[in-house]
Design a protein around this ligand. Structure first.
Ligand SMILES: [Zn+2]
Length: 248
């Protein structure tokens, strides 16, 4: 399966997936750029896959559904132009590839991620970002922590495609928590270079996030010491990290 990154709005990402003559788009922020890719690659759009219902991820849904007759798939009935409501563990076929639905509530309560086990990639929407995680809008931190852990438990070499370009800001926050994390310092400078060159910080990998993303590192001694939470549960550490990020 081929993945084409489509930047949209100021910092959104959509992803155009091609397998043979079939295509899908994860989070259709903008219909025009998707219609253009359908034309260029001479593929038919089978699905819009929506991670959640927020407008900046779904503004293109209705136009794409009307123009191509594609299915609009997601886990939340609030998603614009939704045709097929899916549940955790359901599988979607695209060409010869299988895409698994992973429920990842936290940012919104019916949020899903799309996971391709064979290709080792996951589309995380606003649950997980480069060096960060989404805001808690409809769920408590416990819910979000278990979703973040679900993504963390995927194989280390899984590519993570996230919903926004927030990596640099997230690195700056993470450095207030772990100023001496050499991998994080390196990631910040790598990200600056990518963005200066007009490139993207998406995708990362589970492994990179384990080394640099504080929300994947609630067991880190350095983080616990910084927060003065050596004897707290991982969930409490996660909640405190999220609380501080909201104030950052
Ligand atoms: Zn959102």
């Amino acid at each position: 399966m081929e993945v084409i990154i489509i930047p949209a709005n100021t910092d959104n990402y959509s992803y155009f997936l091609i397998d043979g003559i079939e295509a899908a788009v994860v989070d259709a922020s903008n219909a025009d750029s998707v219609l253009e890719l359908i034309d260029i690659h001479k593929v038919s759009l089978k699905y819009v896959l929506s991670t959640h219902y927020h407008d900046d991820h779904t503004s293109g849904n209705s136009t794409l559904q009307t123009r191509t007759g594609c299915k609009v798939i997601g886990g939340d009935s609030r998603i614009s132009a939704l045709t097929d409501l899916v549940n955790d563990y359901e599988t979607i076929s695209l060409g010869s590839s299988q895409i698994n639905v992973l429920a990842t509530p936290g940012h919104t309560k019916n949020q899903v991620a799309f996971y391709c086990a064979k290709e080792k990639m996951v589309f995380t929407g606003d649950t997980l970002f480069g060096a960060g995680c989404g805001r808690l809008l409809e769920c408590d931190s416990e819910r979000m922590f278990s979703s973040v852990n679900r993504l963390r438990s995927l194989p280390d070499n899984t590519k993570m495609y996230f919903g926004h370009e927030y990596t640099l800001d997230n690195c700056n926050y993470a450095l207030t928590i772990e100023p001496d994390n050499a991998d994080l310092i390196q990631r910040k400078s790598d990200t600056e270079k990518l963005l200066n060159d007009g490139l993207f910080s998406t995708p990362s990998t589970v492994k990179i996030e384990k080394m640099t993303n504080p929300f994947f590192r609630t067991n880190s001694e350095a983080i616990r010491e910084m927060l003065n939470m050596q004897h707290h549960s991982s969930n409490q550490v996660f909640a405190e990290l999220r609380r501080r990020k909201d104030l950052f």
